[in-house]
Design a protein around this ligand. Structure first.
Ligand code: ATP
Length: 250
């Protein structure tokens, strides 16, 4: 548990939102998360409230499809921004280990200080290698700072997991033909809409859930993994999340 989490009882009805809020606050204080990240957090919190702070069965199926994609990948990469690093550093490292993925820092508001702070933070949480610092390749169609990626990281990846991504970048990555897994609590966001696998769930729950599915599928053969990928329907998953929000059944 990060500092500040400990006083929230596990059965508190707004437990996940409060943990998320505290971790983002700590992230801003530690120079990991930008002030913009606070706004993104507020938007996510509103959707988590509307979803009843639970993992929908359709989001669990998406997490399983995400795990299958990552296990099938030639070169899977997990993109890490300031919110993701503050919220789930241990869990990101565990997922990267479980599926053999690289971790690559990518920031909307890129500064060298924040890049270094996040790299140190991930290493403190067990990451052996952190990409994103070389920034020796570009994603076409984006402005200079947001386009920066590593040539041997996201630029080379066939499957990318982008938690809490902004819509422009998610669309540009998808245009490159990479399989894209997005974690976003808003089923209407552009990021969720362009994803091959939109996981409409709080990153706090989604990353450990993808890891659990990956561990369970570790011995599955390629045919089974390909079947899981083929059977997943992103539009149906987004529709289901939207229906859950509209039903008001918390
Ligand atoms: P769009 O994708 O529509 O362009 P945007 O670029 O405006 O959206 P941001 O303002 O960057 O999106 O917001 C980040 C997204 O991350 C929001 O859609 C929000 O719902 C989502 N989000 C925030 N916190 C979490 C969280 N803890 N878990 C999952 N999703 C979250």
């Amino acid at each position: 548990m990060a500092e500040g989490d400990t006083d929230i009882p596990a059965d508190h009805p707004r437990h996940d939102s409060l943990v998320t809020r505290h971790r983002i606050e700590d992230g801003v204080e530690a120079g990991i998360t930008s002030k913009q990240g606070l706004i993104a957090e507020g938007r996510g919190e509103a959707f988590d409230y509307l979803l009843g702070e639970r993992t929908l069965p359709s989001a669990d199926a998406a997490a399983r499809a995400a795990a299958a994609h990552l296990l099938l990948a030639r070169h899977p990469v997990i993109s890490v921004n300031g919110n993701a690093a503050a919220l789930v550093p241990d869990e990101l490292v565990a997922l990267a280990d479980a599926v053999g993925a690289d971790l690559e820092i990518n920031l909307f508001n890129r500064t060298e200080e924040r890049m270094a702070a996040i790299a140190d933070h991930l290493r403190d949480h067990g990451a052996s290698e952190v990409k994103g610092l070389d920034a020796d390749a570009r994603i076409p169609g984006l402005d200079h700072e947001r386009a920066k990626v590593d040539a041997d990281g996201i630029a080379d990846a066939d499957v990318v997991l982008v938690p809490l991504e902004d819509g422009d970048r998610a669309a540009a990555l998808s245009d490159l033909g990479k399989a894209e897994i997005v974690i976003d609590l808003n089923p209407l966001s552009r990021s969720a809409q362009v994803a091959d696998v939109p996981v409409v769930d709080n990153i706090l729950r989604a990353i450990p859930n993808i890891t659990a599915h990956a561990r369970e599928l570790a011995d599955a053969d390629r045919d089974e993994l390909e079947r899981i990928v083929a059977e997943f329907d992103p539009t149906a998953a987004l529709d289901d999340a939207e229906r859950a929000i509209r039903s008001g059944d918390l």
